[in-house]
Design a protein around this ligand. Structure first.
Ligand SMILES: *Cc1c(COP(=O)(O)O)cnc(C)c1O
Length: 216
């Protein structure tokens, strides 16, 4: 497993308009640095504590994305530096991010996580809930909803995955038609990013295809 080679293979394969988030959860600083030395600057973590440690110990030009489920009481720990929060799934959480961003004199970019998978195990908002949150977020000055994130069903049925990604792309387009200035559509992981890009993703979150399988 050569991390640098994996990065350049993926970069060559995807259009330049698609951003690659290297998902480094459970991986060591040394492994992150191999990706960094290959030019990668955006990394995703799903636990705030792990992300904080890596942020402290690793180069400061890394952009850290929180891709996991976030508890409101933990937002304060990442508010000073996090560059994108992918998993916003309630107004309560968005309000807390707004409060902590304000304390840090910054605006924190966020994505709304939409429930697109048929399986009901995954987090996320319904279409109606996301509409409502976008409406109510207009008064929140220290957060910016930049786009949507979704995870497809964990299945080998490619047409199922394609259908779910297409559903999220349609919602994204619908918001843009309503003059909501979204820019980021975060969908696609190691197993399904080619399908996600085909369906309109412009940000993929790839872990195991870069760093190898995870031992939890
Ligand atoms: C772990 C994780 C990924 C990356 O998963 P891989 O299959 O290893 O690429 C992407 N998105 C989220 C939200 C994750 O938790």
């Amino acid at each position: 497993m050569n991390i640098a080679e994996n990065i350049s293979r993926i970069i060559k394969e995807i259009p330049p308009s698609v951003q690659l988030v290297a998902v480094s959860k459970t991986k060591s600083n040394e492994e992150v640095m191999q990706a960094y030395d290959a030019g990668q600057r955006i990394f995703g973590e799903n636990k705030i504590q792990d992300m904080n440690l890596k942020h402290e110990e690793l180069p400061k030009d890394i952009q850290w994305h929180m891709i996991g489920h976030v508890q409101s009481n933990k937002v304060k720990y990442m508010a000073p530096y996090v560059s994108l929060i992918h998993g916003v799934d309630s107004l309560k959480l968005l309000k807390e991010i707004n409060k902590q961003a304000n304390k840090n004199n910054r605006v924190i970019p966020c994505l709304l996580q939409i429930h697109i998978a048929e399986e009901d195990s995954k987090f996320g908002l319904s279409t109606e809930e996301s509409q409502e949150i976008i409406k109510l977020s207009k008064d929140l000055r220290s957060v910016k909803i930049k786009g949507l994130m979704g995870m497809a069903s964990f299945t080998k049925k490619e047409n199922q995955v394609a259908k779910e990604f297409l559903g999220l792309k349609s919602l994204y387009d619908k918001f843009i038609q309503q003059n909501i200035p979204l820019e980021i559509l975060s969908m696609g992981m190691s197993g399904d990013y080619p399908i996600a890009i085909q369906k309109g993703s412009n940000m993929i979150r790839v872990g195991s295809q870069i760093f190898g399988t995870r031992n939890y």
